[in-house]
Design a protein. Structure first.
Length: 255
């Protein structure tokens, strides 16, 4: 998806070129899918759209956890080509979130996991989500608050990523206001800490290959320095414990 760029962050990310590496480094998160399904109601005949599906790692997990028909949408052709190589069981479509090629009132659930900060006009994307949802259907947004961004492990080793991503991520209150203005109702926001994990060699490999988008936006000096500090911490046997924090914003499209 196109990135929301701050005035001092003109460096963009070529998601087509990083798709294969991203797919290997950023596996689907069963805990993420579990929390989404706790907050929405789906039936066997439900039609679900994953906006910003990437290589469909979470899309496939949600499809396997339900009997619903799940569709993936992403702007990056490289991401979708990687997705198709894995499976044809989930249909995917290349399109922008700000102008989705679906008829109105089609979907029972639209969800976005860590997508809003990649969009150039997220309000238009949410307006499109409202249009394509059926009456009384749900939108689920998974994002991070500015406090949760500051608490990341990457913020310790690459401190400028805090400012970078706080400029990319809309504030939760802003998201809630946009949803209400569009016409969504029953807007419910909850913060969730995931299970604590020990970050080791797998985390190091992800950082080494810049598997987190904000690492593409730091200076090379900061990246090299932070990577050196991370390796030193692991070499010294430090247990890097991290419980990821996310914010779930769920809203209804009423008649």
């Amino acid at each position: 998806m196109p990135a929301r760029e701050g005035s001092d962050r003109a460096r963009t990310i070529d998601y087509d070129s990083v798709a294969a590496a991203y797919d290997c480094l950023r596996a689907g998160d069963p805990e993420m899918v579990e929390h989404i399904l706790r907050r929405v109601e789906l039936r066997s005949e439900s039609l679900v759209l994953d906006v910003g599906c990437g290589t469909t790692n979470n899309t496939l997990l949600l499809a396997s956890a339900t009997r619903s028909l799940v569709v993936g949408l992403d702007l990056s052709l490289g991401m979708l080509r990687t997705a198709i190589l894995k499976t044809r069981s989930v249909p995917v479509l290349q399109a922008t979130a700000e102008l989705m090629p679906f008829t109105s009132h089609s979907f029972d659930l639209v969800y976005m996991t860590e997508v809003l900060h990649h969009l150039s006009d997220y309000a238009s994307a949410l307006t499109e989500a409202h249009r394509i949802l059926k009456n009384r259907a749900s939108l689920c947004i998974v994002t991070q608050s500015h406090d949760q961004i500051a608490e990341r492990m990457t913020s310790r080793f690459f401190p400028s990523t805090v400012r970078i991503d706080q400029s990319r991520y809309p504030r939760i209150s802003e998201i809630e206001g946009v949803l209400s203005t569009i016409g969504f109702t029953q807007v419910r926001t909850t913060e969730q800490h995931f299970s604590t994990a020990i970050l080791g060699q797998e985390y190091l490999r992800t950082v080494e290959q810049k598997g987190y988008s904000m690492l593409h936006k730091v200076s090379e000096d900061e990246y090299s320095s932070g990577l050196h500090e991370l390796k030193a911490a692991l070499d010294e046997g430090e247990a890097l414990q991290y419980a990821a924090g996310y914010t779930f914003v769920v809203a209804k499209r009423e008649v």
